[in-house]
Design a protein around this ligand. Sequence first.
Ligand SMILES: Cc1cc2nc3c(=O)[nH]c(=O)nc-3n(C[C@H](O)[C@H](O)[C@H](O)COP(=O)(O)OP(=O)(O)OC[C@H]3O[C@@H](n4cnc5c(N)ncnc54)[C@H](O)[C@@H]3O)c2cc1C
Length: 396
Amino acid sequence: MNPDILTASAGPSFDLTEDQQAVREMVREFSESEIRPIAAKIDETHEFPLETTKKMAELGLLGMFVSEEYGGAGMDYLSYVIAIEELSRVCASHGVIASVNNSLVCYPIMTYGNEEQKRRYLVPLARGEWIGAYCLTEPNAGSNAANQQTTAVADGDDYVLNGTKLFVTNAGPSDILVVYAATDRALGPKGISAFIVEAATPGVNKGKKEMKLGIHASDTREIAFVNARVPKRNLLGEHNKGYGVALATLGGGRIGIAAQAVGIAQASLEAAVKYAGERRAFDRPIGEFDAIREMLANAAIEVDTARLLTYQAAWLRDQGRPHIKEASLAKWHASESGTRCANWAIQVHGGYGYLTEFSVERYWRDARICEIYEGTTEIQKMVIAAQVLKEHALEA
Ligand SMILES: Cc1cc2nc3c(=O)[nH]c(=O)nc-3n(C[C@H](O)[C@H](O)[C@H](O)COP(=O)(O)OP(=O)(O)OC[C@H]3O[C@@H](n4cnc5c(N)ncnc54)[C@H](O)[C@@H]3O)c2cc1C
């Protein structure tokens, strides 16, 4: 834990502000009343939840840290993290739908976009009138995202994009794409640029919906670009500086995924505790058995440590302070905590945990993706080790 979080001007405190607490209450209320009733259904049907996504937009959950001037809710990053946690506690698909629009689409346009781009694209995205998607991954550019094969070639007033992006979350309903492409292949990561692409552009071809292990209601597809003409005014940030945009974007995005995992871990713990009190075996509630209690205690420490790391990373980001290591620590630990807690929740439920009637098997399937997207656990460890070595070298 960063020591400064304990030395705020009002003295040591882990309390949320009134605004942050209000966000938690509002999102919990919304998730329980509007999302809980459909969560199992959309998991089964794989249907994108258009209606509740519109409601998330009305509540300001799709542009949380964008200023009000640009259509957002003007909240801090910790409030955003709390909202993603609360959504994911009930339905991780809703968590990732909101997280991608906020972290991966609004953030780079808010940070690197010019005034015209912000007015034209950020405002409707932050209001949730348009849905955004983020196109970085390719068949040969996953963990090694710098190996972009999609090309953007200048031609008159346009760039012409050719290539294929994989695993694009929100692809189906998306109106706006943030796309990364090589503008100078010979320069590697220094030859990549970022673009704002309208999904209706001719030559932007969305593939079929992917069938996945979990987060069934989030819409994941391949998107192919075939001579798609993008106006030069839609270059996001500077020419050949797109890889920096991608990395900065993922720096914040990872905290959002950590929050998604915290929500799943919390839901798993709550379900396990409830069942341990209700289910009887050998004439006793199973919660009286040490083996069950150990799983509950293990889940409790996972939830708390994951939440502390995640809030710490968000808090540092709100202070405008470095948080590369802390974002990766949170993402690595919280994502594994989510899987572990959901796994224990299944075990506490015995055979019933294996049935779809109880939500814990969904939590386990949903948790697993947090260890993979926005940088796998192995990549988080690489980032953390590099930061630790750098810190050590600075102190030596
Ligand atoms: C449901 C879902 C949604 C997604 N949403 C999006 C999205 O919206 N936009 C987007 O751009 N992408 C998205 N992704 C892509 C995701 O970010 C990538 O799948 C992820 O980064 C891993 O890339 P890869 O699948 O190519 O795996 P690979 O990079 O091929 O990795 C395979 C294995 O090798 C390991 N590995 C790779 N390199 C190293 C190394 N140097 N050291 C140690 N181990 C290594 C990895 O950790 C992994 O275990 C999504 C993926 C999924 C499954």
